[in-house]
Structures are given as C-alpha cells and as structure tokens.
Design a binder for this molecule. Structure first.
Ligand SMILES: [Zn+2]
Ligand SMILES: [Zn+2]
Length: 241
C-alpha cells in the first residue's frame, strides 16, 4: 500500500465524516417533465444535509427523502456562474434530476466536492485478490480499485480511468470489471438518460443566455438614455479605443 493510497483514504474519510447542511432552491425534473418549458417550472426551497455519506432533504422542516450517496447519484452538469448543478438520483426506483441552486459560491463548491467524494466506495479488506484469488505477500502487493473499492493484485487492477465524478483530478487505478461497466454505461442503457441530462443542461444554458441578453439590453437602453448628450457620446467613443 503506497503513500497515495493512505492520503486518498484520509481525504475521503475526512469529507465523509463531515456534516454539510445548506438551503437550496430546487426544481425537480422527472422523465415526464423533461420537455417542459423551464419558465413554467417553479423553484422551491429545500434544506439538504449530508451526514455519514447519506443525503437528507427537508421541505418545510419535514424529512422528504433519505438516500445513500453512491454511484446511483451523480452531478451531471454544473454552472458556477449561476451556482447551479444538476443532481441525478434514483428515488424509489425512479430517475429524477434535481436542479439545485446554492445561495453562495462557497456552498456551491463545498457541496459539489462533498457529493462527489461521498460517491467513492468503501475500501474492502481481503488477504487474497478479490478477482483472481491470489494471496498477497511481500512480492504480491495489494491495490484498491478506486471505482468499486475491491482489494486486488497488480495484474487485476492495472487499468486507469477518469473518475472526475468521484472528485479525482487525475486518472485512477481501476479493475477490468469497472472499466467494462463504464464502457457499457457509456454505450448503451443509460445513453438516453445522459441525453436527457444534456438536454436539460442546454436548456439551462439557453435560459442563462436570455438572462444575460435581457440584462445587456436593459443596460444598453439605460446607456442610450443617459448618453443622449452628444458630448458624452464623443467621450465614450474616445475611451472605447
Ligand atoms: Zn488478481
Ligand atoms: Zn473495480
């Protein structure tokens, strides 16, 4: 077990041991309202809490959902400017996307990191490789697959992949099973889900652009009104170049 393993394990447990609690604005998307015009969907207040790797949501001080943060939960899009992110999650076997808006940028960053790190699996302990069964000893060191948490020999964990969604910034050691699972997910079953999420992110982008344009237009109108004085207009021209 190398130093980097110990460091990662420490960082993961430090984040998982912390309690996070913040107020968010939320819009819930279901497979039925994916296509709704975003203007018609309402923002609601929700209090979210992470404790012991479990996500709790409260509406009007009442517990609404309690869900373990694992691979079934993911951040599918984010926008730091709007302090918004899309959280894909399964509740009672159904897919939902929560569009969440943080109150501050600090909370946005904290929550994003906490949610991603809480998705990391517990590291399992074994005396033998959990894939091929070979016993570990001085000459056969053990490693952990960062994606499933199994303890494996070097041969069975010699793959590396991006695990950004778990808060890693470099490629991480993985096993063959996790690599093929990831390829399968990318290529087939959840393809439609990914498409839906992309569509929602595009709709957020569109909203953001219209908001920016509206602000720009009102500023322009204000500028034009204020600069009806020709001398002022000349001055602006000079400054502009
Ligand atoms: Zn092995
Ligand atoms: Zn694995």
């Amino acid at each position: 077990m190398g130093n980097s393993q110990i460091k990662e394990e420490k960082e993961t447990s430090e984040v998982k041991d912390q309690v996070f609690e913040s107020q968010f604005k939320r819009i819930i998307y279901t497979p039925n309202n994916f296509n709704n015009d975003p203007k018609n969907t309402e923002w609601n207040n929700v209090l979210l809490k992470i404790e012991g790797g479990v996500l709790y949501s409260f509406m009007d001080s009442r517990l609404e959902h309690k869900v373990k943060i694992n691979k079934a939960i993911s951040i599918s899009a984010e926008d730091a400017h709007l302090k918004e992110f899309l959280l894909g999650l399964q509740l009672s076997g159904e897919d939902f996307i929560w569009r969440l808006r943080s109150e501050t940028l600090v909370e946005f960053i904290q929550w994003k990191k906490a949610l991603m790190i809480c998705r990391r699996p517990e590291w399992q302990k074994s005396n033998v490789c959990q894939e091929c069964g070979a016993a570990f000893h001085v000459y056969r060191r053990s490693h952990h697959c960062r994606s499933c948490g199994r303890q494996l020999c070097d041969k069975c964990s010699s793959y590396f992949m991006d695990l950004e969604s778990m808060g890693y910034i470099t490629q991480q050691r993985s096993c063959k099973k996790c690599i093929s699972e990831w390829k399968m997910i990318r290529n087939s079953t959840t393809g439609s889900m990914i498409e839906e999420r992309k569509r929602i992110s595009r709709s957020i982008m569109k909203q953001k652009m219209s908001l920016l344009n509206a602000t720009k237009d009102s500023f322009l109108e204000k500028d034009l009104k204020e600069s009806s004085n020709p001398s002022l207009l000349c001055g602006m021209g000079k400054d502009g170049f």
